[in-house]
Design a protein around this ligand. Structure first.
Ligand code: KG4
Ligand code: ZN
Length: 341
């Protein structure tokens, strides 16, 4: 088993993951209620909360743990909030030194991608394409083999998760905005009259597989201002219709680019990951489109494996472990890493 720890933002999580990607035990504490009060994550506050939550998470995950069954420890080493990352890294280092275990550093975005391996019924074969989208990143990766992956598309500005969160705030919803906006969008009309832009949808050349979501945010702001200027109230029904249009614009853009990449590289294995892959319409539209293109499609088996969690870090660490010849992973070598090395 691998004992994995993830503390990159406002969650503190620990998991025990077996070598066949089964989650034996999973603990997750979140300070997102605090972020709800402050209208978003405040790095300094999130870091303090991570330090406060770490002890309870550690107590729970190590309760009646047989340390001989743990072959290695894994920890997210970036990107993320530095203060929060430090709590996870220092805890993992201490455990690794104390119990004489290798310490595997895991790049957070690779962790999200590997969430697809957890408790999956069918085997995932390479090469694959993965669309990984959360609050902080929005990328398409060409995944050639276990630990060989290359970014082929990214956002030029905001990630879709950030766009969900900011649009939700403009519509007077709470934080995190993605799930709240999606819930209210269910009440929106299919034939509503709002049209928001799908940025870079038909971009050619170097931006063909890239994204841009800041213009969508601004377009929503102007639409809300226009409604308010005509002395019309932003009622619940209008909010639901606007939320539906935001969700449609984001899902359509994300999937359009992923399937452009699928055609360009002629790949048959496709995956979704990251917090935004918890989005219901995105999941169902993705599976439908993949079926039409006769592709094997994978999504994380549980919603809790889409957003930040330690199980995905454990799954990634198994792939890294299997691909390593010497399997040394000295704890003292683990350092914060803010971009892919
Ligand atoms: O991966 P994650 O937990 O943290 C980062 O690494 O950023 O992703 C969080 C993001 C937030 O922006 C949140 O609004 C979005 O994922 N999210 C969703 C849904 N659930 C979480 N967006 C749309 N629909 C959802 N159901
Ligand atoms: Zn994340």
């Amino acid at each position: 088993m691998i004992l994995a720890i993830e503390t990159s933002c406002d969650e503190v999580s620990a998991s025990l993951v077996t070598k066949d990607f089964h989650v034996k035990k999973h603990i997750i504490f979140s300070s997102s209620e605090l972020a709800n009060k402050t209208g978003g994550v405040v790095p300094e506050l999130a870091a303090r909360e991570s330090a406060n939550m770490m002890q309870s998470v550690l107590q729970k995950i190590t309760q009646s743990l047989d340390w001989d069954s743990v072959k290695a420890i894994a920890v997210t080493n970036g990107p993320g909030l530095v203060g929060s990352l430090m709590t996870g890294i220092e805890t993992a280092k201490t455990l690794a030194i104390l119990f004489n275990k290798p310490l595997i550093p895991v790049y957070h975005i690779f962790g999200h991608m590997c969430a697809n391996f957890i408790d999956q019924k069918e085997e995932i074969s390479f090469p694959a394409l993965v669309l990984t989208v959360s609050g902080g990143h929005n990328d398409i990766y060409l995944w050639n083999s276990a630990v060989d992956y290359k970014k082929i598309g990214t956002t030029l500005d905001d990630a879709a998760g950030e766009c969900f969160d900011k649009c939700a705030r403009m519509l007077g919803l709470g934080y995190p905005g993605g799930p709240l906006l999606s819930k209210i969008a269910e009440k929106g009309d299919t034939n509503h009259s709002f049209t928001l832009p799908r940025p870079l949808l038909h971009a050619k050349n170097e931006n063909m597989l890239n994204f841009s979501f800041s213009g969508l945010k601004t377009a929503l702001l102007y639409t809300i201002q226009k409604i308010k200027n005509t002395n019309t109230e932003l009622d619940q029904h209008t909010i639901a219709n606007l939320a539906k249009e935001v969700e449609n614009a984001i899902c359509e853009t994300l999937l359009h680019k992923l399937f452009l990449a699928q055609k360009k590289y002629n790949i048959r294995t496709l995956m979704l990951s990251g917090g935004v892959s918890a989005n219901k319409p995105l999941r169902s539209q993705f599976l439908e489109k993949a079926k039409k293109q006769k592709c094997n499609a994978f999504i994380p088996t549980k919603i809790e494996y889409c957003t930040d969690n330690a199980a995905m870090i454990g799954a990634a660490a198994h792939l890294i472990w299997n691909a390593s010849d010497d399997k040394l992973f000295p704890p003292e070598a683990v350092k914060i890493q803010m971009s892919a090395g």
